[in-house]
Design a protein around this ligand. Structure first.
Ligand SMILES: [Zn+2]
Length: 466
């Protein structure tokens, strides 16, 4: 058996995760993400896929985030028709996220056409709602810690990774004619102190390992982010302003709500109204209520009344008009809206309304990739362009890294230290160049391992004739 891997994304970048494994003639794609952020990266979404999608036999998804799944509708439209393996909560979340992503792309293409600010004469969406729906029948649910046969030579086992609901580390067992080998994909690894999700499962064996490095050069990300959150809210309250939180509807929104609920209960922040401005939020909450085995909240904590997802000060805004109505709030309030990296969605109109207000705060709670509007606001690269208009930043801008869904360097190293021995090859993926390089040096220093940082489209022979 010959085994090769090719990095079709998520190499020296945090988006576009797509790893092509070739086991003899069988082609297995691990994750199928969208590129986001820098223009050079986004353009890759529009390029021809590096191999004919019809030739890919199957796909495995580590988790539902769009940078791991958001390319699926295009791949299916272009001929992929195999099975897509994922955990049940991931499948439910993927359906919600892909429909939303397709709808946003249709709306944005329409809006750009109407306003004429696109450089294209006839701006088209990358894919449509119809394309997204065609993915659904291919999704195939898998259980945690129960190995499944992908083909006669490949078995896959999914282990919880923390990060977001349903997220997994994927271990592949390859049965060669003379030897067995194990390839482990870390997926995105969560934090060890997350109050909603369990920490990443320890894996002890791998011949080949791919490990994420989003925060590979960042240490000691605060373990009590709730106290930092309280400070930001109280500071903004003193100014009579609104705290605007761009957050992914899956994961970050529920974590922030958990902390807000607890802080209000404990009297650590005032009882100000909290608005979740997302058409998807209620659907996502319902998914949490279907999968109690996948998170730490119990039925009481997710009950209809007085719980982190349903408390007196909390209001859900589903409709577009309700969302626009939030622009008139000029008193203390917290508004949570997507997308988390400000690449699209309702957060855009909130920002174009609030960036100019010195009393308001934009609070980031997740990683902001290079080239995204979120990163530009964080780095104060003015002017900020939204819907073709330029904005200056007059509001306060804050970032609580401790609320992020990603393990920091210490936590990543801890996860690696649980392997019995150094894998034959370790690849550092899902990190911008600086993080990947920092992490590579730390791995060498702490574990003595030589890890590789692959390039986009680089390919490696993993096993020969096993
Ligand atoms: Zn993720």
């Amino acid at each position: 058996m010959d085994v090769r891997i090719k990095f079709l994304g998520g190499a020296k970048s945090v988006t576009g995760s797509r790893y092509l494994l070739e086991v003899d003639h069988y082609k297995l794609l691990i994750d199928c993400g969208l590129f986001q952020g820098l223009k050079d990266l986004r353009l890759r979404n529009w390029e021809e896929f590096p191999i004919n999608p019809a030739e890919i036999d199957a796909i495995i998804l580590t988790h539902a985030h769009l940078d791991h799944t958001g390319y699926l509708p295009k791949l299916v439209r272009e001929g992929f028709s195999g099975k897509i393996y994922a955990t049940e909560p991931t499948i439910d979340l993927v359906k919600v996220l892909l429909l939303d992503s397709a709808k946003l792309q249709e709306e944005e293409a329409e809006y750009a056409k109407k306003k004429g600010y696109s450089s294209h004469e006839d701006p088209q969406p990358l894919y449509t709602v119809k394309d997204a729906e065609r993915v659904f029948s291919l999704l195939e649910g898998v259980d945690i810690e129960k190995s499944i046969k992908i083909n006669p030579q490949i078995k896959a086992t999914f282990s919880l990774a923390g990060h977001i609901l349903g997220a997994c580390i994927v271990s592949l067992d390859l049965m060669g004619s003379s030897q067995r080998k194990k390839i482990v994909f870390s997926g995105d690894l969560g934090r060890y102190s997350d109050p909603v999700l369990d920490p990443p499962k320890a894996i002890t064996e791998a011949d080949i390992l791919l490990v994420e490095s989003t925060y590979g050069d960042r240490d000691n990300i605060n373990a009590s982010p709730d106290l930092e959150l309280a400070e930001v809210i109280k500071d903004t309250q003193r100014r009579g302003g609104v705290v605007l939180i761009p957050a992914f509807t899956v994961g970050r929104t529920q974590l922030v709500l958990y902390y807000l609920y607890t802080l209000i209960k404990e009297g650590k922040i005032p009882k100000i109204p909290v608005y979740i401005d997302s058409p998807m939020a209620i659907k996502v909450n319902d998914i949490y209520k279907r999968y109690f085995d996948f998170h730490k909240l119990d039925e009481i904590q997710l009950s209809e009344h007085d719980s982190p997802l349903n408390f007196k000060q909390l209001h859900y805004r589903k409709e577009q008009e309700e969302s626009m109505g939030l622009n008139f709030i000029d008193d203390n309030a917290i508004i949570i809206s997507a997308s988390g990296m400000v690449t699209g969605g309702r957060i855009l109109h909130h920002l174009s309304n609030r960036l100019k207000n010195p009393q308001d705060t934009v609070l980031f709670v997740g990683f902001q990739a290079e080239g995204t509007r979120g990163r530009k606001i964080l780095d104060r690269q003015e002017p900020i362009k939204i819907f073709g208009m330029s904005h200056q930043i007059k509001c306060d801008v804050q970032y609580i890294e401790g609320l992020s869904a990603h393990a920091d360097r210490g936590e990543l190293l801890h996860w690696l230290s649980q392997f019995d021995s150094e894998p034959k090859m370790t690849f550092i993926i899902h990190g911008e160049e600086k993080s990947a390089l920092g992490f590579q040096a730390s791995i060498k220093e702490k574990l003595g391992w030589d890890a590789i940082i692959p390039e986009y489209m680089e390919s490696f022979k993993l096993f020969d004739n096993i």
